[in-house]
Structures are given as C-alpha cells and as structure tokens.
Design a protein around this ligand. Structure first.
Ligand code: FAD
Length: 258
C-alpha cells in the first residue's frame, strides 16, 4: 500500500510541476502501480482536474492526454480505425477491464516498464511524448532515459499509420513474456520488441512484411534478450521471429484474435 501525507488536486500544470520537483512528492495517476510499491511520500499530486483525460485529433495526429485511461484507447473508434485495430489488440490483454479503466496512458509511458505492451505499440507508431518543461520528445529517445521529475502531459501519435501487435503470456491476465509490434513506414515496416524483458526497443526498420522467416530470425539475433521468471533467453529467441512475422502480417491484414 502507498501512504501519502498530503493529497493535492493540482490547479495548473505549473503548480504540479513545482510541487513535483521535491523528492518527497509523487504524481499519482491511476495509482494502480504505485499502490503496489509500498511507497511513502509527503505529497501526492493529482492531475485529474487538468483536462488531460481525452483524445484530441488534429489534421495529422492524435494528441492524447496523459490521464486518459487505457480502456478509452482500447475502445476508441478513430484510433482503432487508423491503426488497423492495434490499440484494441495491444490493450485488451492487460489484466482486466477494471484495471484498464483506471490505469492511465501517462502512468504507463512514464514508467517505461520492461514488460509494457503500451510502450511497445507506441514506439512502433513513432509516437512522441509532450513534457511540461522540456516540450516534445520522440518516444524513442524518452524510452531510453532515466525517470525524471518532469510531467508528461500528452502523447502525440501520427495519423495514418497501421500497426500490428502480438504478445505471448503464460496465462491470460499475466504480464507478457514477449511482445512484438510492427508499423507501416515508407519502404517496409518498423519492428519493435518489448518484454525482452527490458524496455521496448526498435528491432529493425524498413522490413518487407512478406519477408521469409529467416529475415525475422536474423533480426532477432541482433536484439538483446534476457531471461527471467517467465521465460529463458533461449525461449524468447525461439518465439521472437514468429511473433515479429505475425506482427508484420497483422500490420498489413489488420489485427485478429487468434
Ligand atoms: C497488476 C498489474 C498488472 C499489469 N499488467 C500490465 C501488462 O500486462 N501490460 C502492460 O503494458 N502494463 C501492465 N500494467 C501496467 C499498467 O498498464 C499501468 O502502466 C500502470 O498501472 C501505471 O499506470 P497508472 O495510471 O496506474 O500509474 P501510477 O501507478 O499512478 O503511476 C506510475 C508512475 O508513473 C508516474 N506518473 C504517472 N503519470 C505521470 C505523468 N503524467 N507525468 C509524470 N509521471 C507520471 C507516477 O509518479 C509513478 O511513478 C500492470 C499493472 C498492474 C498494477
């Protein structure tokens, strides 16, 4: 259980940012992960009054507020239409509807979990994060950085990018053993691997989605993989080429329930 002495409903991003510069403060989003960490902090900062819980569309991008629940993305018509159903396919396997109604996009992206379905998909889609202090940063950069005290306000996803995503799990509601995503880009697909088990990373770009399995095997050889309680490195190396190939096909054909 997490314990907080003060609970502050931030009235502005400026106020939230200033409070968050103290090590004794923490941003609380869905609180689904934080509450399991046994954290003790002086001040919990709640961003839920700042209008960051919605998906906005511009001509060329979806701009998604950090407090948007995962379930809202899973069921968002335009996001799924544009990406070939990739949001529904990526998010539906995460625990259950109640958790996805509460866990937020910002909490997921900020945390950069080494098992994240969310970051794996967003990296494939070439997303960028918008930070209150630093401004816009490509997710591919943010993903490699240490946790900092800036506030993630939005995630920007370019429109018109189809993606495919597949994962393997030991049981239905478990965190993934391996996740692979692909997204269409000029000249082929971008391939991303997550739950390696480490932060998601781009495995290759410009790959022919119809390439033979040997090509996906060769790509897997270049990606650092490891072992943990869920699977050995050898297991991940064995299944990764198949998942990459399936993600590439799903990108072309749309995401299907197997
Ligand atoms: C039991 C369980 C199983 C899960 N399984 C999966 C899974 O299979 N796949 C998957 O992808 N994910 C999984 N998750 C992770 C989940 O999807 C969320 O990523 C996680 O709960 C964090 O989101 P939250 O809104 O609860 O964030 P919180 O727990 O509130 O916060 C998490 C961290 O993010 C920081 N933070 C939150 N919002 C911001 C912001 N706007 N700016 C800066 N920092 C911020 C917080 O300070 C904290 O450090 C699981 C989580 C749980 C609890």
């Amino acid at each position: 259980m997490a314990t907080y002495q003060n609970y502050v409903m931030a009235q502005s991003l400026e106020e939230a940012y200033a409070l968050n510069q103290k090590k004794s403060s923490v941003i609380v989003a869905g609180n689904m992960w934080l509450r399991m960490c046994g954290l003790r902090r002086q001040t919990a900062i709640d961003l839920s009054g700042l209008g960051l819980d919605r998906v906005e569309e511009t001509e060329d991008a979806f701009v998604i507020g950090a407090m948007t629940p995962l379930r809202a993305l899973e069921t968002h018509d335009a996001l799924n239409r544009e990406t070939g159903g990739a949001f529904a396919a990526a998010l539906a396997p995460i625990v259950g509807t109640q958790l996805r109604n509460t866990a937020t996009l910002g909490g997921s992206v900020y945390s950069r979990f080494g098992f994240s379905d969310v970051s794996t998909l967003l990296l494939a889609l070439d997303a960028a994060v918008v930070l209150h202090h630093r401004g816009e940063v490509p997710l591919a950069v943010y993903q490699q950085e240490p946790w900092d005290r800036d506030i993630l306000t939005h995630v920007r996803i370019p429109k018109g990018v189809r993606a495919g995503i597949v994962s393997v799990r030991q049981s239905k509601t478990d965190i993934p053993t391996l996740v692979c995503a692909a997204a269409m880009e000029p000249g082929g697909v971008r391939l991303v691997m997550g739950a390696r088990p480490a932060r998601a990373m781009i495995a290759a770009e410009g790959v022919d989605p119809d390439a033979p399995t040997a090509v996906f095997e060769e790509i897997t050889q270049r990606v650092p993989l490891g072992g943990n309680l869920r699977a050995s490195e050898a297991y991940r190396r064995k299944v990764a080429p198949v998942l990459l190939q399936r993600a590439a096909r799903a990108c072309v054909e749309g995401n299907h329930d197997d």
